[in-house]
Write a protein that binds this ligand. Structure first.
Ligand SMILES: Nc1nc2c(ncn2[C@@H]2O[C@H](COP(=O)(O)OP(=O)(O)OP(=O)(O)O)[C@@H](O)[C@H]2O)c(=O)[nH]1
Ligand SMILES: [Mg+2]
Length: 336
């Protein structure tokens, strides 16, 4: 199951207390102070894991605690440290701290193996041997370990992709991903076939590739919750390029494009500023003559408002796919 939001509680370990102790040995009637320091509490550490793509684990398991440090012992022995607690997270997870009246971003996990200490364990207290001075050879003081507080966190997964597919339901987004990559999204001739985002790697050569994200279709009013709403738009928020896919059978492609742009803008005005490509899909459904005429009409209509180049493709006949792939790759090269 694809889960992109979770709330959890974490608590790093308390520091162990410092100890008060005096050396007791045969023939040493008045041994000096030898109470050891407390051990450190364990940290809560987030680690980026490229094999994960959901926060599902955090749906059911909600409280994460690191081990407490042990108190110090005699003979200046430091208590053992508490065990760290590792949270493995999919790349693209944003971590927020929730406090009573505020929320702030703590970390953003974007790299495999990246480690961030979300909450450090408390340091251990000092044992009494630390406090011996020339005037006080038998100190009866030790300090307690630092006690840590529980924290509430919000985990928000925003998938990491280079290109995001945006379009009305049934525009052919999933089909395009399936012919450009080895991803196998569900494809069907009805609206809202795609219910959760999917990523696919598109290869230009053995060493050149980019990641494309397919998300559920959006409709006018998505920002108000219409259709599946705009909840999936966060998964294309991090992309460098947006690909607007419009079915050639759409009665008014320009209006469709305006609607898509405006839904993105209403979700996050920054999305409107991303580099983008306009792509007309399913060109195989028209005869060559009708296609030529239709594309001229569409290009003329768009020209009045936007000076974007308009691509035309068919995932079925594969027309225009290579050209589109290289164009995407080139734009990404420039923005990286
Ligand atoms: N003829 C033709 N049909 C296509 C093409 N691309 C997609 N289709 C068909 O259009 C329908 C919708 O395709 P999908 O890829 O599921 O569309 P989608 O945009 O992912 O739809 P949602 O997931 O519902 O938003 C399917 O029946 C596809 O077979 C194309 O290039 N030519
Ligand atoms: Mg789909």
């Amino acid at each position: 199951m694809f889960i992109d939001y979770a709330r959890i509680k974490i608590k790093s370990g308390n520091g162990g207390d410092g100890t008060i102790s005096f050396r007791r040995e045969k023939y040493v009637p008045k041994g000096g102070p030898d109470g050891g320091d407390g051990g450190r509490g364990g940290d809560i550490i987030a680690v980026g894991d490229s094999n994960l793509n959901t926060l599902l684990d955090y749906r059911y398991h909600k409280i994460f605690k690191a081990g407490n440090g042990k108190p110090g012992a005699g003979a200046k022995k430091t208590g053992s440290s508490g065990a760290n607690c590792i949270l493995r997270l999919p790349l693209g997870t944003e971590i927020y701290v929730l406090e009573e009246n505020k929320k702030y971003k703590l970390a953003d996990i974007t790299q495999a193996g990246e480690k961030v200490i979300l909450s450090a364990g408390g340091s251990g207290g000092k044992g009494n041997y630390n406090f011996a001075t020339p005037t006080n050879q038998a100190p009866r003081i030790a300090t307690p370990g630092v006690k840590t507080e529980e924290m509430e966190l919000e985990l928000v997964l925003k998938l990491m992709a280079d290109v995001g597919l945006v379009g009305f339901p049934n525009a052919g987004k999933s089909t395009l991903l399936s012919v450009l990559s080895s991803a196998r999204p569900k494809i069907a001739d009805y609206e809202f076939t795609t219910l959760e985002p999917m990523l696919g790697v598109v290869y230009i050569s053995d060493y050149q590739n980019f990641v494309m994200a397919d998300i559920p279709g959006i409709i006018k009013g998505a920002h108000l919750g219409k259709g599946l709403g705009d909840q999936f738009l966060r998964h294309i928020q991090r992309t460098h390029l947006l690909l607007f896919l419009i079915d050639i059978a759409t009665p008014d492609p320009l209006e469709a494009y305006r609607t898509l742009r405006s839904e993105l803008y209403l979700y996050d005005s920054f999305m409107d500023k991303k580099p983008h490509l306009i792509v007309i899909s399913k060109t195989d459904t028209l005869s060559p003559e009708d296609l030529k005429q239709k594309l001229t009409e569409i290009r003329n209509a768009f020209k009045k408002e936007y000076n974007d180049e308009i691509f035309a493709i068919s995932a079925v006949s594969k027309d225009g796919l290579d050209e589109l792939k290289y164009k995407i790759y080139n734009i990404l090269q420039q923005s990286r």
